[in-house]
Design a binder for this molecule. Structure first.
Ligand code: HSE
Length: 415
């Protein structure tokens, strides 16, 4: 039996206790069992089944030689950083769901764990319960990964899904996501792309074994996406998704987070609701896809507990993820190539098609709308003074130059 402590008894922390309680037999079979000895939180939890384990001071936990693993589910990068360093310095392994801390200090904390003969594991920090970190650091170690592309934020996927299925505008869909408890306290991190950006930074760092700063990644959220944008995507047999993408080649790593038109031939098209999915392309395996609940109490807690099981199985050793503190400089993201969906004013459309070497023109008809959204939400007359086109495939650099020369642009989205 391995004695553990939980730091932070909020949604994920209480989920950790619940997973350990409910799946005790499976966990025992794999590592001899986990037992929650302490739960650190500022609050009291009268009537909670783990009420007797609640403590408010971390010092005795580090000093208790029985404690081998701490599940850090506090969130944030200040107190959690300090608590994690103190735990690792005491030789106690730490398993976390804290993507902010992992993105900022994961490489340093992994080094500290190694120095003190313990582990720092963070499966739950990206994609909730979907095993993505282990996939990259353990399962695909014989592969050369050349692209990771995915939906790494459940809230924005839900918002886009509800705009599409309910004909809701962005603000109403966001409010619904908040009422459902999906959006973070401050929805900015989700809707403006910071959350998926941190997650792709972690995944790309692990592929390269170096530290990628998420602030270096070009990022765009979904707050500017409208039902009209979606309608043009439907005209292409597609939809709009917030996509986090990273490409790896001999000249380096490129990453970007932005809304994209995803067509039905892409497996990410079918990822609806709050689900996440990541498509990895590697040189031997080809495409592989990982799909599941990227957030939520038990899904996320399950990944934290899975890490705790691995720490228990490797007591006295370090489970390494091959992440060094060397900074990874992003290669020039303006070299990324794709097509673009561009909406322009009707009187400027002919010139725009010429400048952007349009491959296709898009029309929104009553029939198209009727098959997609509830009646009366949006009709084809709303599109009477605009058109849309699909540009030729070109680099971001080339496109930015051309779009700056194009008059009457209403909005554009990468494909
Ligand atoms: N706010 C995140 C999401 C939670 O919506 O995916 C999980 O990191």
């Amino acid at each position: 039996m391995t004695e553990i402590a939980i730091f932070g008894y909020g949604t994920v922390g209480s989920g950790v206790a619940e997973v350990i309680g409910q799946n005790a037999a499976q966990i025992a079979q794999r590592c001899g069992g986990l037992h929650v000895k302490y739960i650190l939180d500022l609050r009291e939890f009268p009537g909670d089944p783990y009420e007797d384990r609640i403590v408010h001071d971390a010092a005795p936990i580090y000093a208790d030689p029985e404690i081998k693993v701490i599940c850090e589910t506090m969130g944030g990068a200040t107190f959690a950083y300090d608590y994690t360093k103190r735990a690792l310095s005491a030789g106690i392994s730490v398993c976390t769901s804290n993507k902010e801390l992992v993105e900022l200090h994961g490489a340093e904390l992994s080094r500290m764990a190694k120095e003190h003969g313990c582990s720092y594991l963070f499966e739950a920090s990206v994609g909730g319960g979907i095993p993505l970190i282990r996939t990259i650091t353990q399962a695909l170690t014989a592969e050369r990964i050349d692209c990771i592309c995915g939906i790494l934020n459940g809230t924005t996927n839900y918002i886009l899904h509800r705009m599409e299925t309910g004909g809701l505008d962005f603000e109403t869909a966001l409010k619904e996501a908040q009422d459902m408890g999906y959006a973070e306290k401050d929805p900015t991190a989700d809707i403006e792309g910071h959350d998926p950006c941190r997650k792709i930074a972690i995944l790309a760092s692990l592929v390269c074994g170096k530290k990628l700063d998420y602030n270096d990644i070009p990022m765009e959220g979904i707050s500017s996406i409208t039902l009209k944008d979606l309608a043009y995507a439907w005209a292409l047999d597609g939809t709009v998704k917030l996509i986090a993408k990273s490409e790896f080649s001999e000249d380096g790593c490129r990453a970007i987070v932005s809304p994209r038109v995803v067509t039905q031939d892409n497996p990410l098209y079918s990822v609806k609701d709050v689900f996440n999915a990541v498509l990895i392309h590697s040189n031997m395996l080809d495409d592989s896809m990982y799909y599941g609940r990227g957030a939520g109490k038990l899904a996320t807690a399950s990944a934290v507990v899975g890490d705790a099981v691995e720490c228990a199985q490797n007591a006295g050793r370090t489970v390494e993820c091959g992440w060094s503190e060397e900074k990874l400089a992003l290669a020039d993201c303006d070299e990324l190539k794709q097509k673009y969906l561009v909406r322009v004013k009707r009187d400027a459309a002919a010139k725009a098609k010429e400048i952007l070497s349009a491959e296709r023109e898009l029309l929104v008809t009553e029939e198209l709308l009727a098959g997609k959204i509830p009646a009366g939400v949006l009709d084809a007359s709303a599109f009477s003074d605009e058109e849309a086109l699909v540009s030729a495939c070109m680099t971001e650099r080339e496109f930015k130059k051309k779009i700056a020369q194009t008059d009457g642009v209403i909005h554009w989205i990468r494909m």
